[in-house]
Design a protein. Structure first.
Length: 133
């Protein structure tokens, strides 16, 4: 099923959901099988592989991190080719002074914000959705 591309429908249907737990970004030269299995996601860069892990898993695996995040999933099924969604929610979060690291999955966008900003981020995203109606 193809995702939504209409920006107004995307915004109206954001339905942000806070996932339980705390999450961290770690960098390793080459992930071990255990590290890779524990990762929610990963991305390979020239400097090393970034792993996104539950904080507990990173600590169990002895991995260093310096940013503790909350994970918000936008429940709207956004198309990978949709235009403007990232700009719209980034602008809404910028107005609140909230940094955001975005991962686009096949079905949903996933936002990682500082743990202490989770509730304010949810409120900003819900306002954005309400304004689109």
């Amino acid at each position: 099923m193809a995702g939504e591309t209409d920006l107004n429908r995307l915004l109206a249907g954001l339905s942000p959901r806070l996932n339980p737990g705390e999450f961290v970004f770690c960098c390793v030269a080459t992930p071990s099988a255990e590290q890779a299995a524990a990762a929610l996601g990963s991305f390979r860069e020239a400097e090393g592989s970034t792993l996104i892990l539950a904080r507990d898993d990173a600590e169990r695996l002895g991995l260093a991190y310096d940013y503790v995040a909350a994970w918000i999933t936008l429940e709207v099924h956004s198309a990978l080719a949709a235009v403007g969604l990232t700009a719209a929610f980034a602008t809404a979060l910028t107005r609140e002074g909230i940094s955001c690291n975005v991962i686009a999955g096949y079905h949903h966008d996933h936002l990682f914000v500082a743990s202490g900003d989770a509730q304010r981020a949810l409120a900003a995203l819900r306002r954005l959705a309400t304004e689109a109606h």
